[in-house]
Design a protein. Structure first.
Length: 299
């Protein structure tokens, strides 16, 4: 069984995109709703990391793993304070790898190269970021942004076309090799089309919210649950949900305190702070998911 079946996913995507497009995504209440959805639904998809880590490497205790997790997150936060745009660039690269790996696993292309993972993941995060870069960076008034805005403006369309072309070529090459069935091909094309359509009609914030929740988070939940069910006897949905609660609550409270401390005056500032906090746990989360996926291929 899956947490969200494909037919249900497609229907939910149509409803979300249709409703958000009708309401208008520039309304501030919609923007705050999107941020809340990302935090309260998206954050739990990494809340079972400590359990997965304990199974992969029993020698590392939960206390040690969580301490390392937190230390890494703090290090990333410090980097954001010192060099925000450089930290952001690394965050996008890691996110592209993570999103691409999850997507290829979902479509049965587990044995994929780094280039394939980065190409597919870039469609999900790098391409829309570059497309909407002015809307994202301009309101933040970062000290480094002037030079980078000029550079991004120069490479914007070559980069967008390059990402799309590389993804199309990968699909065609795999079809020619016989490593991609027509069913997989159509599912991937449909999935990527939904992601791009969502971004195009809803803008970055709402488009990312729909992608992150309907595609990435539900897939991640499914992959974690199936993996844990194989490793733990009599593992159930109920136990999976209860396993997610402790760290989800801690993370949500921690983020709430962070937002309260900085007291952002605009939505853009609040979204940026939330993005920074999420990026702080992306490094250990991405590494762990990579180990989880690799363990599926071990004999």
């Amino acid at each position: 069984m899956e947490i969200l079946r494909n037919n249900t996913r497609h229907l939910l995507w149509i409803l979300c995109v249709g409703i958000l497009y009708t309401i208008g995504t520039e309304h501030q209440n919609v923007e705050w709703f999107c941020l809340g959805a990302i935090l309260f639904v998206g954050i739990p998809h990494g809340a079972a990391d400590h359990i997965i880590s304990q199974i992969i490497n029993p020698k590392i205790s939960n206390t040690r793993y969580i301490a390392t997790y937190v230390a890494t997150a703090v290090g990333v936060l410090v980097w954001w304070l010192i060099m925000p745009l450089k930290a952001g660039f690394v965050f996008v690269v890691l996110s592209a790898f993570h999103f691409g790996q999850e997507m290829l696993e979902e479509y049965g292309l587990a044995k994929s190269s780094l280039f394939e993972k980065m190409s597919f993941g870039s469609v999900c995060i790098a391409l829309p970021l570059v497309y909407y870069y002015q809307d994202i960076l301009s309101p933040l008034s970062l000290s480094e942004s002037g030079t980078y805005l000029s550079f991004i403006d120069w490479i914007r369309w070559p980069l967008i076309l390059g990402i799309l072309l590389s993804t199309v070529l990968i699909l065609l090459f795999r079809r020619k090799q016989g490593t991609l069935s027509i069913e997989q091909f159509l599912k991937i094309v449909l999935g990527l089309s939904q992601i791009l359509i969502g971004y195009y009609f809803l803008g970055f914030t709402a488009g990312f919210t729909v992608y992150f929740l309907i595609h990435h988070t539900t897939n991640s939940f499914n992959h974690q649950y199936k993996w844990l069910k194989k490793k733990i006897e009599n593992y159930s949905y109920y136990r999976f949900l209860t396993d997610l609660v402790p760290l989800s609550l801690i993370s949500t409270i921690g983020l709430g305190i962070t937002l309260w401390f900085f007291d952002p005056e605009t939505f853009e500032a609040a979204f940026f702070i939330a993005l920074v906090v999420i990026s702080a746990v992306t490094v250990p989360h991405t590494i762990l998911f990579d180990k989880m996926y690799e363990s599926n291929r071990e004999k």
